[in-house]
Design a protein around this ligand. Structure first.
Ligand SMILES: *Cc1c(COP(=O)(O)O)cnc(C)c1O
Length: 422
C-alpha cells in the first residue's frame, strides 16, 4: 500500500483534509470548480519565501532564471523580494520590461543573441549582459564604438560534468554555451572585452546544468572559477542556476541556503576575496515546488498489463516526462489522506503513445473517471514549456495567497488559438 502523498512535495502551507486540499488558504476543489482544469495553482507565499531565501543567501545581483516560469506577476514577485531577473531572449526581456522590472534589475543571457536583442539590452541599460561567444564580442565592439556602455560577465565552460540528464548538462567542454577555460578561449574573451572602451567586465559566469541534487559539482566549479580568476580584479562571480528539487517521495534536494553555503565555503577555501559578490540564477529551485497542476480524469482503460487513466491535459502542459523521462507523483484531491494502492499509468489526451505524465502513478483504490487529480512540483518548466499541440489551449494560472485566488494568466480560448491566422 503506497502512502498518502508526501506533504513535503507540496507548497509550504498546504493542509490535507479528509475530502479536500487547501493551499494558501484556498480549497483546490473550489479552484477547479471556478476556474476549470487543467489548472496551474501557485502558492504565492512559497514563491516569495524561496525568492527571499535566495536574496538573503547570495549577494546583490542574484537573479531568478525567468525561463523556468515567467509572467508579469512572477516577474514582480521576484523583483519585490529582492532578486534580479535573468532573461535569455528578446521575448523574455520584453515581458520583464512590460511587467515594470527596471532594466537595472535585468540580466541578459543567450548563446545566440540577435543583433536586435543585444542592442536593445544595451540600449535599455540592463544590469549585466552575459557574453557567450566571439561573434557577440564583435557586435559589442560595434555598439560601444558608437558610444554605448556595457557592464558584463563572461560565460565560461569550466569543464565540469554535472550529475544530471545529458540534455540539461551545460558545464562540459563539448557545449554550445560559453567560452572554454581549457582551450584558452575564456581568457581571450576577457582580454578582448576588457580592451573595449565603454565595456566593464565584472567577472565570470558559469552554469553547469539543471536539476542537480548533489553539491559536489558546484564546489568543483567554484574551485575552477577561483583558480581561473585568481589574478583578475573581478567584483562578481556568478555560479548560474541548476539546484535541483525533489519531485517524488524519497528524493532529497539541498536548500537554497545550503547551496549558497557550500559555494561560499568553496570560494573561501580557494582564496576568493570575501569582497567579491557571489551571485547565482536559480530557476527551478524558486518555482517548482510552489505549484501543482489540477487535472480532471476521464477515460479509464484496463488492458492486459495495466490500467490507463487519462486526464484533460498532458504533454502540452507538462512536456518534462516526454523530454527527460522525469518522474512525478499524483494524488486524488478529494481523498488526500487515503493510502494509494492503485497503480495506473497517468496519460494525457494527445495523439501520441508517449504522452505519459506518470508511468506508474499511485492513487486511492476508488479513484476513477471524473475525479480531480493533482500532480505536485509542476511550477518549473511546465507552463513555461507548454504548447498548443493538438490545438489544446494552455491552462490558466492562478496564484493563491491568504485565502484569496487571483488569475495571473487566463485560460486560452479557441479564439486565441486562431488569432495568428492570416
Ligand atoms: C536554465 C538556466 C538557469 C536556471 O536553471 P535552473 O535549473 O532552473 O535553476 C540559470 N542560468 C542559466 C544560464 C540557464 O541556462
Amino acid at each position: 500500500m503506497a502512502e498518502p502523498i508526501d506533504v513535503s512535495l507540496l507548497p509550504d502551507a498546504t493542509t490535507l483534509l479528509e475530502d479536500d486540499v487547501v493551499v494558501g488558504g484556498v480549497s483546490l476543489r473550489e479552484l477547479a470548480q471556478t476556474h476549470g482544469t487543467p489548472l496551474f495553482v501557485y502558492d504565492e507565499a512559497t514563491l516569495r519565501a524561496r525568492c527571499a531565501e535566495a536574496a538573503g543567501a547570495f549577494d546583490d545581483g542574484i537573479a531568478f532564471a525567468s525561463k523556468a516560469f515567467l509572467c508579469g506577476a512572477m516577474a514582480r514577485v521576484a523583483v519585490q523580494e529582492g532578486l534580479c531577473l535573468d532573461v535569455a531572449t528578446g521575448g523574455e526581456l520584453d515581458l520583464a520590461l512590460r511587467a515594470g522590472v527596471p532594466a537595472s534589475r535585468i540580466i541578459m543571457h543567450g548563446n545566440n543573441k540577435s543583433a536586435t536583442e543585444l542592442a536593445t539590452a544595451i540600449e535599455v541599460g540592463v544590469h549585466r549582459v552575459v557574453v557567450d561567444n566571439f561573434d557577440e564580442i564583435g557586435r559589442i565592439g560595434e555598439l560601444v564604438g558608437a558610444g554605448a556602455r556595457l557592464d558584463c560577465l563572461v560565460r565560461i565552460t569550466p569543464g565540469v560534468e554535472a550529475h544530471t540528464h545529458e540534455f540539461i548538462r551545460t558545464g562540459q567542454e563539448d557545449s554550445k554555451f560559453g567560452f572554454s577555460v581549457a582551450a584558452g578561449d575564456a581568457r581571450r574573451a576577457i582580454e578582448a572585452l576588457s580592451s573595449l572602451h565603454g565595456v566593464r567586465v565584472h567577472g565570470v559566469h558559469s552554469h553547469i546544468g539543471s536539476q542537480i541534487l548533489e553539491l559536489d559539482g558546484f564546489r568543483e566549479t567554484m574551485a575552477i572559477v577561483a583558480d581561473f580568476t585568481r589574478d583578475d580584479d573581478f567584483d562578481e562571480l556568478c555560479v548560474g542556476g541548476g539546484l535541483g528539487v525533489a519531485y517524488v517521495a524519497g528524493e532529497r534536494a539541498p536548500t537554497i541556503t545550503q547551496w549558497a553555503q557550500a559555494l561560499r565555503a568553496s570560494a573561501a577555501a580557494h582564496g576568493v576575496d570575501p569582497g567579491v559578490r557571489l551571485t547565482a540564477e536559480p530557476g527551478r529551485a524558486i518555482v517548482a515546488q510552489a505549484a501543482l497542476t489540477l487535472y480532471r480524469t476521464g477515460t479509464r482503460k484496463r488492458v492486459v498489463q495495466r490500467t490507463y487513466l487519462a486526464v484533460d491535459g498532458g504533454m502540452s502542459d507538462n512536456p518534462r516526462p516526454v523530454l527527460y523521462g522525469s518522474g512525478y507523483e499524483a494524488f486524488d484531491v478529494a481523498r488526500p489522506l487515503e493510502p494509494r494502492p492503485q497503480a495506473v499509468r497517468l496519460v494525457g489526451k494527445h495523439c501520441e503513445s508517449g504522452d505519459v505524465i506518470i508511468d506508474e502513478a499511485w492513487l486511492p483504490e476508488s479513484t476513477g473517471s471524473g475525479d480531480l487529480v493533482a500532480t505536485p512540483v509542476t511550477g518549473a518548466y511546465g507552463y513555461a514549456m507548454a504548447s498548443n499541440y493538438n490545438r489544446v489551449p494552455r491552462p490558466a494560472v492562478v496564484f493563491v495567497r491568504d485565502g484569496a485566488p487571483r488569475v495571473v494568466l487566463r485560460r486560452e480560448t479557441f479564439e486565441d488559438l486562431v488569432r495568428l491566422e492570416a
